[in-house]
Design a protein around this ligand. Structure first.
Ligand SMILES: Cc1cc2nc3c(=O)[nH]c(=O)nc-3n(C[C@H](O)[C@H](O)[C@H](O)COP(=O)(O)OP(=O)(O)OC[C@H]3O[C@@H](n4cnc5c(N)ncnc54)[C@H](O)[C@@H]3O)c2cc1C
Length: 508
């Protein structure tokens, strides 16, 4: 694929427009100091240290309202200044990472809850609102916004929309794309539009007109800036019940996953399988992991939420299916322990071990493929084979931390899955050559996913090096990438929004 060349876009010099930006948002909300800018070049994974200094934004601007965002966009469009929106910066596909520097539009000041409507069960928020904080407010009126990623305490609404995020409880209550009723977007030209699913901002359904809202899920800040959103809330579940079952083999656990997936239990929020490599990893590296009998090679976790009666009945039904499928109930301590750590289980990465059992600092990286049920075994076994090849060849650099397989779809527990492989990487040993090796590993995993009829990404986005090339060549085929390029050019004639992301520079 041809290399990115930003010179042809004739971008203006951001430094020449600092005073105008200060006029728009106030001097206290324009940051030019190196440490403020460098902080916004950091991303979670992988290798924040790898070439990060090439991508420090020229300036950080913190708008306080829609009008300010619109004025910034008009200025940026006039002088051709790159703009990259940033939420919490915890996206795992480097979406908020400026490939061509420019203005980092840090949306965290826009963090107000504008309206709680307990009759129509919606909440209207600015994009810098975080779900954990939002739910503290909603709890007071018996409402609950159910988007529940493992980054629940960190990610914000704008980033959840920008990435088309996936919620751990999504099988019960949907993912962000199902939970946003409508939203306000400032387009690259500075025009402000409302996009919804129906006539009013709070309507959830309509067949009148195009489904414009969808276009902005997973756009990674390439089409506009989300400045307000109306979210669909639900009642807080009366009870939650996680349960944990051990299996002697991958095959038994996989078959059990199928049976519970199609059981018809309506209050299931997620079924999660831990494969053999994941259990090995937890045994080896997680001091907090409650020891399991050696006979347990794989685990399936089933979590329910709803009214007490529903959950009791579901628990009984699933226990019966698991028994039939040769699963062993592992007790409440295991299940509650794991469910309680769902928001911080990935912090484990800081003390992974090398091939000799020594603790080394490793950064967590995760491939979030979407896979259909029939192909799961070939996919998960295949990707461990790929990772093992690199682990064996580059000992102490890469580490296979196993796979979680979560049911993937909204409001259902069957069909497709988030098949996530966690790879730990010894960041401090990285070199430019090893970076290329890492990209090769990513490409092999991405190709396997697409070859088996899946997707490279269910929620993080496939816009990073190593993913995006396979995406364009193998996944976005049959005119899909061509259509994306046309849309991008229509919305953003000067390619100022997050330039280079998804290789949409190729549209111009
Ligand atoms: C420990 C950990 C666990 C995680 N678990 C999950 C999980 O379970 N499910 C999941 O889906 N993800 C998960 N993630 C990934 C991450 O949390 C999500 O991708 C999240 O949606 C990113 O939100 P953010 O606010 O940090 O967005 P950012 O990283 O700041 O931005 C993400 C993208 O959205 C764009 N963007 C941000 N704000 C706006 C806006 N207002 N308007 C337009 N575009 C905007 C950015 O330009 C960027 O392209 C996890 C990450 C970590 C570190």
């Amino acid at each position: 694929m041809e290399k990115m060349d930003f010179s042809k876009f004739g971008y203006g010099n951001v430094a020449d427009h600092i005073a105008e930006l200060e006029d728009i948002v106030g001097p206290e909300n324009v940051m030019t100091a190196m440490h403020d800018r460098a902080l916004r070049a950091a991303s979670c994974a992988p290798f924040p240290m790898q070439r990060w200094e090439d991508h420090i934004p020229d300036v950080v601007v913190l708008p306080g309202c829609t009008e300010e965002v619109a004025d910034i966009m008009k200025l940026a469009n006039k002088y051709k200044l790159p703009v990259v929106p940033r939420g919490a910066g915890c996206g795992l596909a480097d979406g908020a990472f400026p490939l061509n520097k420019g203005i980092c539009l840090d949306m965290k000041r826009m963090n107000e809850i504008l309206e709680v409507d307990d009759i129509n069960r919606t909440v209207t928020v600015q994009p810098g609102v975080n779900m954990q904080e939002l739910n503290k407010v909603l709890d007071k009126v018996g409402m609950y916004y159910p988007d529940d990623p493992a980054s629940y305490g960190t990610a914000v609404i704008g980033g959840r929309i920008g990435t088309n995020g996936w919620s751990v409880g999504g099988a019960g209550s949907g993912h962000p794309a199902n939970l946003v009723c409508s939203m306000e977007v400032v387009l690259p030209t500075g025009e402000v539009v409302w996009l919804g699913k129906g006539g009013s901002r709070k309507c959830r359904n309509s067949s009148a007109g195009y489904r414009m809202l969808e276009l902005f899920f997973g756009h990674q800040g390439t089409l506009g800036v989300v400045t307000e959103a109306v979210l669909d809330c639900c009642p807080k579940p009366e009870v939650e019940f996680p349960s944990y079952y051990g299996f002697a083999s991958y095959e038994e656990a996989y078959n059990a996953l199928f049976e519970i997936g199609i059981s018809g239990v309506k209050c299931a929020v997620n079924y999660i399988m831990f494969d053999e490599e994941k259990i090995d990893f937890l045994r080896r590296d997680d001091e907090a992991f409650i020891p399991l009998p050696e006979s347990v090679k794989c685990v399936v976790m089933a979590t329910f939420a709803g009214t007490e009666g529903e959950v009791l009945a579901a628990r009984k039904k699933i226990l019966g299916i698991m028994k039939k499928m040769k699963g062993t109930y592992l007790g409440e301590e295991q299940a509650w322990g794991d469910w309680a750590t769902r928001h911080d289980r990935y912090h484990l990465a800081v003390h992974c071990r090398d091939g000799q059992g020594q603790v080394v600092t490793m950064s967590w990286h995760c491939e979030d493929n979407c896979m259909i049920h029939s192909e799961l075994p070939e996919f998960t076994h295949g990707l461990h084979k790929i990772v093992k090849k690199y682990v064996d060849k580059y000992d102490n650099i890469f580490n296979d931390a196993g796979c979680f397989i979560y049911c993937g779809g909204p409001y259902r527990t069957w069909g497709d899955y988030l098949a996530e492989v966690d790879v730990f990487i010894n960041e401090y040993a990285m070199t430019p050559e090893l970076w290329e090796v890492w990209l090769d590993m990513k490409r092999e995993i991405a190709e396997l996913a697409v070859d088996l009829g899946g997707s490279i990404s269910i929620c993080h986005g496939a816009c990073r090096e190593g993913d995006v090339d396979v995406l364009i060549e193998k996944e976005l085929v049959d005119g899909q990438f061509e259509m994306m390029k046309k849309i991008k050019k229509l919305f953003d004639p000067n390619n100022i929004m997050n330039p280079g992301k998804y290789r949409l520079d190729l549209a111009y």
